[in-house]
Design a protein. Structure first.
Length: 284
């Protein structure tokens, strides 16, 4: 026995049940992201223009962010074409366009994970006089005092030759050799980096560009991380529709088409959120 209004529209709303449900769900999502955007505004207004607590858009990779934006916009087009193919009763074309949509999602997450990796291997050294020096530190550049190595070795996380110094304090570090960033407009070749020795007694804190670096990086990772989870969730649904979910097409094609339309509405919402996130985090 069919559940009422799974295909035919309801008399009170003019929509079938799943479409009513997705719009209610998206309304709750708007409130969720709206609260986080409000938090961003509170953090951004009157934020310092210099120093460690300034909004770190100058540390984000704008070309990569722009490319990722294009990837998601293109995926919105392909998911529409996938749904339109079902309306035209062309299952083969649906498979093709939905497959491209899934690949676009994978590309977006892959690029975003690379951005995250770069942040976790980039460091800021906070000096006691308020100065902050940024750059990449390598394992051999952090020299611990004799006798302290065993105690703090659990805090050393080496990834591709880059060390995460963890919660070590300045008094526990003999010195740090750090390569400051290259000047604006130049690459990051080793030849353009000049290592600088910083005495441990002058260091207040060492931190990579993770959520703990500053409140602004905390909101950056919260917003982009939550968005990435939504992208992954949308990919799971789209992959199901592309794979085993197509069995419904042969028994109830209209209901399957409606399911794809609902999944597409969620995917459009995810894309729309990023269209707001990109200028807010990368450009403003």
């Amino acid at each position: 026995m069919d559940i009422p209004y799974t295909v035919l529209p309801r008399k009170d709303t003019g929509l079938w049940n799943a479409k009513v449900g997705i719009w209610l769900f998206l309304a709750s999502e708007v409130m969720l992201f709206g609260a986080l955007f409000s938090t961003y505004i509170l953090l951004r207004v009157n934020s310092p223009e210099t120093g460690a607590l300034k909004w770190p858009h100058h540390l984000l990779n704008v070309p990569i962010g722009t490319f990722n934006t294009g990837v998601l916009i293109f995926s919105s087009i392909t998911v529409i074409l996938a749904w339109a193919s079902l309306v035209l009763k062309n299952l083969k074309a649906f498979k093709w366009w939905m497959g491209i949509t899934i690949l676009c999602g994978l590309a977006f997450l892959g690029i975003k994970s690379r951005e995250y990796y770069q942040k976790f291997t980039h460091y800021g050294v906070f000096l006691r006089d308020g100065t902050v020096i940024t750059g990449h530190m390598k394992n051999e550049d952090v020299k611990l005092k004799e006798g302290e190595v065993t105690r703090y070795i659990s805090n050393l996380q080496v990834v591709n030759g880059v060390v995460n110094a963890g919660p070590m304090k300045g008094s526990e570090i003999e010195h740090v050799m750090i390569a400051p960033d290259a000047p604006a407009g130049h690459g990051h070749e080793a030849a353009e980096h000049k290592a600088e020795k910083i005495e441990g007694k002058d260091i207040a804190r060492i931190a990579s560009y993770g959520p703990w670096y500053s409140p602004y990086f905390a909101i950056y990772f919260t917003l982009t991380g939550l968005h990435a989870i939504h992208v992954f969730g949308g990919m799971v649904v789209n992959t199901f529709m592309w794979g085993p979910g197509t069995k419904m097409y042969f028994t109830n094609p209209q209901r399957f088409t409606n399911r794809v339309e609902v999944a597409g509405l969620f995917w459009h919402f995810v894309d729309l959120v990023w269209i707001f996130l990109f200028p807010v985090l990368y450009l403003l």
